[in-house]
Design a protein around this ligand. Structure first.
Ligand code: ATP
Ligand code: MG
Length: 449
């Protein structure tokens, strides 16, 4: 036997026993996005490297140290996407979507790649649910987007989350702020990490986002941008707060939030979990009014967020939230002898045509082992077929939950007879699914506990 090859550091497998957590968050995210009028967009996993350098910014951690650039037989210059906004905006421009009805509201679910130090909640391949709202400069749009992100977490029953908001102004007010930051950090230059020495000259705002503890300690005393906002940016921030109040959404103003990507303007926000340790930001986003023009599109205000699905699932787990149940087989045929097995194949085919999840023995096991298997896969019903049943034309239908047995006539009408027997059972087996969808249709507004 060869040696076992392990998965790369910072990546994760999702085994069938874990996958329902993913189905749950993906389903809730998608349904909520659609409820807010967002439509799905899908984009390539890799793009030209220049796309990220131009949009994310060449002084950011992401571009300076975290990009996975790829090449194949002499073709260089491509990078695995470190985030979803750049590719989405590229696709919007390239496909002429800026000519559609505004605001254009798009969501996506995708993997991102960043060469980071892997730890809990920080992976090298991770997944984001992201939304982009394009074509509105109104703070009502900022609030609506924040409400969407919050609604996803509410629907999942996730508590212990705090919304932090800030404004990082526009190029006009940022000029004065940059100068104030330079004046503040210059006396500390020698103490800063090498990356930040460089940032002090090129993009002092990025100093506030440095992960080094020494640099963070210095940054703690730095002036805050909110004191430097121009009148328009101030009014926008007031508008955001007003709209959040209208929706009854609680928030904390946190002047330390600047976000890790260069393209943000005005509103920035994070949803932070108290329960998952140092990597507590489950969702981060903000406004990027200049980005579309920078990327060659007509000037269009826009904003978006990315929600980290691994961190979301960690937070849900630590709060003991529920996930959707896996689908279990409706029926399992347990057979004795070749004739019975062939009949099971035919009957199973009929049941499957009607949409039932049905299994029968594929291994050639004895009756007892087949029963054990039916138990393990949590089949809701079992039909035992042997020579006697075939010659009598009836078999026992066993309800595996209650142990109750009833006679069922073999043949054409069998599927209908089974449907009647299993209807009540089906409803109760799918309880958690139903409560989730009732919550969506408004029959029952309680979020999942
Ligand atoms: P952080 O400050 O934690 O590095 P970021 O500012 O780099 O986050 P964004 O680029 O805004 O994060 O990405 C949005 C969300 O994606 C984050 O809030 C987080 O939930 C998730 N995320 C980002 N990087 C990672 C990662 N390496 N592993 C897992 N999730 C991540
Ligand atoms: Mg980061």
């Amino acid at each position: 036997m060869g040696s076992i090859i392990k998965r790369p550091n910072g990546t994760q497998d999702v085994t069938p026993s874990e996958v329902m957590k993913w189905h749950t968050v993906e389903q809730v995210a998608k349904d909520t996005a659609e409820q807010f009028g967002f439509r799905e967009i899908r984009i390539p996993t890799f793009e030209e490297t220049g796309l990220f350098v131009r949009s994310v910014g060449d002084t950011t951690d992401v571009v300076q140290k975290e990009m996975y650039s790829v090449s194949a037989s002499g073709e260089g210059g491509y990078t695995l996407r470190p985030e979803g906004t750049a590719g989405t905006i590229r696709a919007v421009i390239q496909n002429g979507l800026l000519n559609e009805a505004m605001p254009l509201k798009l969501f996506y679910m995708l993997s991102c790649f960043r060469h980071e130090r892997a730890q809990k909640g920080r992976l090298r391949e991770f997944h984001q649910f992201g939304c982009e709202l394009i074509g509105s400069a109104d703070p009502a749009a900022d609030a609506d987007l924040i409400a969407l992100a919050k609604s996803v977490m509410d629907m999942l029953g996730l508590g212990g989350i705090e919304l932090n908001i800030n404004s990082i102004g526009c190029p006009t007010c940022r000029a004065a702020y940059r100068q104030a930051l330079k004046d503040y950090f210059e006396p500390h230059r020698a103490e800063l990490c090498d990356t930040c020495k460089d940032r002090l000259d090129k993009n002092p705002l990025r100093l506030l986002d440095c992960k080094s503890e020494e640099d963070q300690a210095i940054a703690a005393g730095a002036p805050v941008i909110i004191d430097y906002l121009c009148d328009d940016c101030k009014a926008h921030f007031e508008g955001l707060k007003h709209n959040l109040d209208l929706m009854g959404i609680e928030y904390k103003i946190n002047p330390r939030i600047v976000r890790g990507l260069d393209y943000y303007t005005r509103t920035v926000f994070e949803f932070i979990s108290r329960d998952i340790g140092a990597q507590g930001t489950v969702c981060g986003g903000g406004r990027y009014d200049g980005l579309i023009e920078t990327m060659g599109g007509k000037p269009t205000p826009a904003l978006g967020f990315g929600m980290g699905l691994e961190r979301l699932i960690l937070a849900l787990e630590s709060r003991g939230c529920e996930f959707l149940d896996p689908k279990t087989p409706d029926l399992c045929f347990v057979t004795m002898g070749d004739e019975a097995r062939e009949m099971a194949v035919k009957l199973a085919t009929r049941f499957r045509e009607d949409g039932y999840a049905v299994e029968y023995d594929l291994v050639g096991r004895k009756l007892k082992q087949q029963m054990n298997y039916a138990d393990k896969i949590r089949a809701r019903f079992v039909i035992v077929l042997g020579e006697n049943e075939i010659s009598a034309g009836t078999a026992k239908l066993k309800n595996m939950t209650t142990g109750e047995q009833t006679d069922i006539t073999l043949g054409e009408d069998m599927v209908e007879a089974f449907a009647e027997q299993s209807y009540a059972e089906l409803l109760s087996a799918n309880d958690s699914v139903r409560s989730l969808f009732e919550a969506f249709t408004g029959n029952n507004n309680e979020p999942l506990q």
